[in-house]
Design a protein around this ligand. Structure first.
Ligand code: PMP
Length: 534
């Protein structure tokens, strides 16, 4: 059967509405080949048109499309008849991959504590695994706390029964227990009261902490950790909720804690007195943070804020999940962008480039001191940890580390060259370009809001909710440059090309961005809309 994918084919059944939206912005283009930093489409005569790719598979092709060593590894694995799916058997390749990840993580973090690896198939799945693990850990801590409370109650009962302790008047008064009740009855009244309050606490669902603008996936659980309301709120009922911390108000951390913290009360016996003490109840399951927010508009986390988050989480014993899905895998010059910020995670999640632009794979790393081995029994996925993805990911790490980290250095160097061009566009068009942000090969350029533009056609674009997509359409049609706005910040165009990025692509992008700025300056919204790709 010949599987063709052309305009002449039957009605669109694969996400037809999305196809329509892409068509509106001039982005419904089919790419037929990919190599290095270039995607190819066909012209009407069947010839190839090269397109400079700054979208980079949303960050999954840092080493370039069809990277020859990765393609060779894939071929070798398949030609050797390597069993791809041999679940529930020994997986030395997965172990090798986990060891390779640990070596790099240890170097970057300056620690020797092992991180155990749980593999997945997509970014959101790895975040889900991290959060599920954190919840298992929380539930097990709660179970231990419950037992301790029970033991304390039993000890108080024994002491009161033996006549060696009693509930003093002051404690009775504080808890509304009749002064005349006999010692055993007073204790039972106190136990009943504490049990009722404690049960309400112990049954509370977990609360997550995350940053405003953060993106952690779109699955049932992970979308509740993603700040964008349009993605999140329709699915509120599906999962536990997060509290979102604004970037410019770190003091919110303390406010959230004061409002939402949990506490249980425990009986103590000392010096013949039965008393009540308060103990912290772990209601906060995990704090999710991106070192560089990708979908939120390319914002680098301020190291001071990172430190405040770290300190806060240590104080309340809440694990930190560092989401490196977009920022990691060498894109900013280190495997973990967070290692440059001094942020230490209890968990790390990696995906995208881990699969070398070929495999769909992800990993959640959890530090030994937090690790719950039971997680391996209660969590699994048919396709995760397969030999093919592990084999590809091992090659990716080998390529990143080769030549004493030449690929990391290249990401920094190409990032600086790209940034210089973005900054020069901003310098020339300060009325149109608000800011250039990012690190390494994860850069963003934010346009000023155009919703109050004097030109009606530009205002209409701003009001369409697709502003950045129209800009991207113009770049593609007129400059053979592919990029997109970030998912939750429509005025910011993202640039996350591969380390194969040639100077010529940077120049082409610069020319395209200047063209956009001129059209915005001249109020020419019509030219930004355009009909379809030439
Ligand atoms: N976290 C971050 C930081 C991301 O950028 C993304 C995807 N853009 C995800 C999670 C979700 O990854 P996936 O789309 O592979 O599920």
């Amino acid at each position: 059967m010949d599987i063709k994918n052309s305009e002449a084919d039957a009605p669109e059944l694969a996400e037809p509405y999305l196809r329509e939206v892409l068509g509106m912005a001039g982005l419904a283009v089919e790419y037929v080949r990919a190599e290095g930093n270039t995607l190819y489409r066909r012209d009407e005569d069947g010839g190839e048109i090269p397109v400079a790719d700054f979208a980079g598979g949303y960050g999954s092709v840092l080493l370039g499309h069809s990277q020859p060593d990765i393609v060779r590894r894939a071929r070798d694995l398949l030609e050797a008849g390597t069993p791809v799916h041999a679940q529930f058997s020994r997986h030395p390749y997965a172990n090798e991959l986990a060891a390779a990840l640990n070596r790099i993580v240890h170097r970057e973090l300056g620690t020797e504590e092992p991180y155990f690896a749980i593999f997945g198939n997509s970014g959101a799945e790895a975040v889900e695994a991290a959060v599920k693990h954190a919840e298992l850990d929380r539930v097990l801590r709660i179970a231990a706390l419950r037992e301790e409370l029970g033991r304390s109650t039993a000890a108080a009962r024994s002491a009161v029964a033996a006549g060696t302790a009693a509930v003093p008047d002051g404690v009775r008064a504080r808890h509304g227990i009749a002064a005349e009740a006999d010692p055993a009855a007073a204790l039972e009244a106190l136990v009943e009261r504490l049990d009722r309050d404690n049960t309400a606490q112990l049954d509370r669902p977990p609360l997550f902490l995350a940053l405003e603008g953060g993106f952690h996936g779109k699955l049932g659980l992970t979308v509740q950790l993603t700040h964008n309301e349009a993605y999140r709120t329709p699915f509120r009922s599906l999962a536990a909720q997060a509290r979102f911390v604004p970037w410019d108000r770190p003091e919110t951390l303390k406010e959230i804690y004061a409002r939402d913290r949990g506490a249980v009360r425990e009986l103590t016996v000392s010096g013949g007195r039965v008393d009540v003490v308060e103990r912290e109840f772990p209601v906060f399951c995990a704090f999710l943070v991106e070192p560089v927010q990708g979908e939120g508009g390319i914002h680098v986390l301020d190291p001071g804020f990172a430190e405040a988050i770290q300190r806060f989480c240590e104080e309340i014993d809440c694990p930190v999940v560092v989401d490196e899905i977009q920022s990691g895998m060498g894109r900013t010059g280190t495997l973990l962008a967070s290692s440059q910020l001094g942020l230490r995670g209890d968990y790390y999640v990696l995906a995208k480039t881990l699969g070398g632009g070929i495999a769909k794979t992800s990993v959640m790393l959890v530090r030994e001191s937090r690790y719950r081995r039971d997680f391996e029994i209660v969590h699994s996925s048919t396709f995760a940890k397969d030999s093919f993805s592990c084999g590809i990911a091992l090659k990716v790490l080998e390529l990143l580390e080769a030549d004493d980290g030449a690929a990391y250095r290249r990401a920094v160097e190409r990032g600086e060259a790209l940034r210089a061009t973005l900054e020069s566009v901003r310098a020339d068009f300060p009325e149109q370009v608000k800011e250039v942000r990012g690190r390494g090969l994860l850069l963003g350029l934010e346009f000023h809001d155009q919703s109050a533009a004097t030109s009606a056609s530009v205002r209409a674009l701003a009001d369409s909710g697709l502003f950045g997509y129209f800009l991207a359409g113009r770049l593609l049609r007129n400059h053979r440059v592919r990029t997109f706005p970030t998912a939750s910040a429509m005025n910011t165009l993202r640039f996350e090309p591969s380390i194969e990025l040639p100077d010529e692509h940077i120049e082409r992008l610069g020319t395209g961005l200047r063209d956009l700025c001129r059209l915005l300056r001249d109020g020419d919204g019509e030219s930004l809309v355009g009909a379809s790709a030439p």
